[in-house]
Design a protein around this ligand. Structure first.
Ligand code: COA
Length: 243
């Protein structure tokens, strides 16, 4: 299986300071066929990123909404349901998961891996990633996101537009930081959790797994597993199983 990483912090980036501002520049010739899953807003952002960076060529979209099969979305044909992954349509070698919902993203991630796809790391050229940060399969760091030194990311994590994970965070697999969410230093986030748009988390707190921190929240205390919490300061509102 190809180990494809669209853009990665270079090992020698440390020589230039604490941060690797990763970019290969624009207009690299597109060569590796990629299938995109999902025909919604997140997929659209990723298709735009693929075109900006140019190492992967989107050859088709898979989406379970059969009313859209045969249409094009941003110039890419919608070929059928996600089960078509098994057939490697368009000879796709890479699978880009354009879905924001964590449980669905995780299921598709496993399925694509089982069927021999590479799950590329996607890093927008404007993202800032510290040189010591490893980027496991499927990680997506969108425009203006920041990952500071000592932070560990699990597989298939999304830092959406402008989201920031400061130093020494531990972010579990399949977590989604929504746009402009901010984790201060030393925060732990359990797998499958969402941190909502423009929410902020104080240093050294623990956010449980499979929880939802609502948009605009200011988290000042630990949040347990499996709850919805929001507000300023954030309070646990109720148990939550909407992952
Ligand atoms: C937390 C969240 C999931 C709650 O959604 P919900 O269960 O549908 O909640 P409702 O819309 O039914 O709202 C119920 C009440 O809670 C309030 N509420 C909901 N989310 C809130 C939030 N984040 N902060 C403060 N109050 C909130 C509503 O105003 C409403 O109050 P009311 O009863 O006085 O009218 C949602 O608000 C949220 O924050 N989602 C994250 C969205 C996001 O960031 N998406 C980005 C995708 S890239």
């Amino acid at each position: 299986m190809i180990k494809l990483q669209l853009l990665l912090a270079k090992p020698n980036a440390r020589d230039k300071g604490s941060y690797a501002k990763v970019s290969t520049g624009n207009s690299v010739s597109a060569s590796i066929p990629a299938i995109v899953i999902g025909a919604g807003g997140h997929a659209r952002v990723l298709i735009s990123l693929l075109r900006l960076v140019g190492e992967l060529k989107p050859v088709g979209i898979l989406d379970d909404d059969e009313t859209r099969w045969g249409e094009e979305y941003d110039g890419v044909p919608i070929l059928g349901s996600a089960s078509l992954l098994k057939e490697h349509p368009g000879n796709a070698e890479a699978c880009v998961i354009g879905i924001g919902r964590n449980s669905v993203r995780a299921r598709l991630f496993m399925f694509a891996r089982q069927h021999g796809y590479s799950l590329p790391v996607l890093v927008h050229p404007s993202a800032v990633v510290a040189a010591d940060v490893s980027l496991p399969a499927g990680v997506q760091l969108l425009a203006n996101s920041v990952v500071n030194p000592g932070t560990k990311l699990g597989e298939n994590v999304i830092l959406n537009t402008g989201a920031q994970a400061d130093h020494d965070n531990r972010i579990g697999s399949h977590v989604h930081l929504h746009p402009a969410a901010i984790l201060a230093g030393g925060v732990e986030v359990g797998e499958f959790t969402y941190i909502g748009t423009n929410a902020a988390v104080n240093p050294y707190l623990s956010i449980g797994a499979r929880s939802m921190v609502g948009s605009g929240s200011m988290v000042t205390k630990d949040i347990p597993d499996g709850v919805m919490a929001y507000g300023v300061p954030a309070r646990v509102i109720r148990p939550w199983d909407g992952v």
